[in-house]
Design a binder for this molecule. Structure first.
Ligand SMILES: Nc1nc2c(ncn2[C@@H]2O[C@H](COP(=O)(O)OP(=O)(O)OP(=O)(O)O)[C@@H](O)[C@H]2O)c(=O)[nH]1
Ligand SMILES: [Mg+2]
Ligand SMILES: [Zn+2]
Ligand SMILES: [Zn+2]
Length: 490
């Protein structure tokens, strides 16, 4: 693709210069030959025109001195021209050929060195991006790309492929004359960067590990509460785990407003967006040179009952993992049971969407996006989080109480396995086997968690979240996009 930059000397100027020098040399040579030829011809003509009359005048003893002088002068000029021509043909031509060859060899050697440096630099930059898992997701159009479009700080023009190329190996010169670095080794990330698709500003000049985790769940299942309380809790927990945390607003999220509500004991507003909304924060080991930019993507739960809207969320295609929120009250048999025990589902903002339908629709959408058939597995991990863990009696079924009991009864079992065991038996007991089987047959690995984002129903007193960081830390430890050294420990 044509770039608004000058082509590098080694990819054009060098060849032009070589061509010009060679053509100029041989043009001069041709000029010298024709000049020597002219001298030789003039001498011959002068000699030929005067020779016979001079010889005749000598034999007749009339001595035409002009003719005699002209024929001597002619033979001298002819001899001089002939000598010059022979010299030019042998010496000058050989020198021209030799010097042109030397020029070509020196230039091509320098070019070969430049091309080797170019290849090595291009490879290093590409490998560095691959090893470090550097890529970006656009929080506006959901597109995914390895490097963004860079903006020239001088003239504002867009450079779509700012990599070592024919426009420059280490740096490229913009048409305005400004020099732009072409790799992350010499500061490409310091330039302003935009999404190649919609022009949205891209953080860190695209130099980060972008981890995209869509949060899946029906309307009122507790996605927005979980996202906000998780991020807030991670911010506090990060220091204990020696991680650097920073929330990073993108201008399209409602983090500040929702956190204000939650911190004052109010519920966040229902999510009306039918497009993924990216809540982004940095979370990386303090020593890490390339930061992890984690996006938790929220959306109105209605999307999961509308296959067209769901199919439009191309962000799913680039998801590193999924976080599935399950409102226990959306499990019909369980809801009926707690209702009989006097619990009001409405008080818990009960979700009425079937979890089985939601997961089926998500799976068929992903199958379409990845063009795979129903037998193929997806290479994604899923954390299934039961929300609203403060529902009376729920802890005894899937919460800490149940997990502790299971671990006592089954010595040697890990806590994560115990969580899976109690949550799976909950789903089987309350007739959600289809949901469980769909998840297990489609995703790479599944881990169940139980949480309470609020701790209690809204009553004006401060909310107390519980179990909201573990799902994320588990997903981050599994995420393929997190490099070994940047891996966040569970
Ligand atoms: N008691 C209790 N209620 C909760 C908890 N989490 C969510 N809720 C209730 O569930 C309702 C819905 O929560 P949201 O987080 O807004 O649900 P959502 O999945 O984002 O819903 P949509 O935006 O409609 O897709 C809240 O208004 C609360 O009433 C919790 O941990 N405990
Ligand atoms: Mg919401
Ligand atoms: Zn975009
Ligand atoms: Zn410029």
């Amino acid at each position: 693709m044509k770039q608004p930059a000058k082509t590098n000397y080694f990819f054009k100027g060098g060849y032009v210069e070589l061509w010009n020098t060679i053509t100029e040399t041989f043009e001069n040579l041709g000029y010298d030959i024709s000049e020597a030829w002219d001298v030789l011809a003039d001498g011959w003509v002068l000699f030929w025109e005067s020779f016979f009359s001079a010889v005749g005048s000598i034999f007749s003893l009339e001595f035409e001195w002009d003719d005699i002088r002209d024929s001597i002068k002619g033979i001298c000029i002819f001899s001089f021209g002939l000598g010059k021509l022979i010299f030019i043909l042998i010496v000058t031509t050989s020198l021209s050929v030799l010097l042109s060859l030397m020029h070509a060899v020196i230039l091509l050697t320098v070019m070969a060195i430049a091309y080797t440096i170019f290849m090595l630099l291009w490879l290093s930059d590409t490998i560095y991006c691959l090893i470090k898992h550097i890529s970006s997701n656009c929080p506006n159009c959901q597109d995914h790309f390895s490097i963004p479009v860079y903006i020239c700080p001088e003239c504002g023009v867009e450079h779509t492929r700012l990599r070592p190329s024919k426009y420059g190996i280490w740096k490229r010169t913009c048409e305005c004359g400004h020099k732009l670095p072409t790799t992350f080794f010499n500061g490409r990330e310091k330039l302003e960067a935009h999404c190649p698709n919609c022009g949205m500003n891209i953080k860190d000049g695209g130099k980060h590990v972008d981890i995209c985790i869509p949060v899946v769940g029906g309307a009122s299942s507790g996605k927005t509460c979980l996202i906000h309380q998780s991020i807030a809790a991670i911010g506090i927990e990060a220091e204990n785990r020696n991680l650097a945390y920073e929330y990073s607003p993108n201008g399209l999220d409602d983090y500040e407003d929702n956190m204000n509500s939650l911190n004052n004991g109010y519920l966040p507003e229902k999510t009306n967006d039918m497009r993924l909304k990216y809540y982004q924060f940095y979370l990386s080991p303090k020593s890490s040179k390339v930061k992890n930019l984690i996006s938790l993507c929220d959306v109105g739960g209605e999307v999961y009952s509308d296959s067209t809207s769901l199919g439009e969320q191309i962000g799913y295609k680039y998801a590193n993992a999924f976080l599935m929120v399950v409102d226990p009250l959306s499990v019909m048999a369980y809801r009926e049971e707690v209702e009989k025990q006097g619990v009001s589902p409405v008080a818990y903002g009960c979700s009425s969407d079937s979890i089985d339908s939601i997961v089926s629709m998500l799976i068929s959408t992903l199958e379409n996006m990845f063009c795979i058939n129903s037998k193929d597995m997806l290479k994604t991990d899923v954390a299934v989080v039961f929300s609203k863990g403060d529902i009376p009696g729920l802890s005894d079924k899937i919460g800490d109480a149940a997990v502790d009991r299971y671990m006592q009864e089954n010595a040697g079992v890990t806590r994560l396995d115990a969580q899976n065991a109690v949550c799976e038996s909950f789903l089987m007991e309350y007739e959600e086997v289809n949901f469980l089987n769909s998840l297990k047959s489609k995703f790479k690995s599944i881990q169940f968690f139980s949480s309470s984002s609020l701790g209690h129903n809204a009553d004006g007193t401060p909310f107390e979240s519980q179990g909201v960081v573990e799902p994320l830390f588990w997903l981050l430890s599994k995420t393929a996009g997190v490099t070994a050294d940047a891996k966040v420990k569970v």
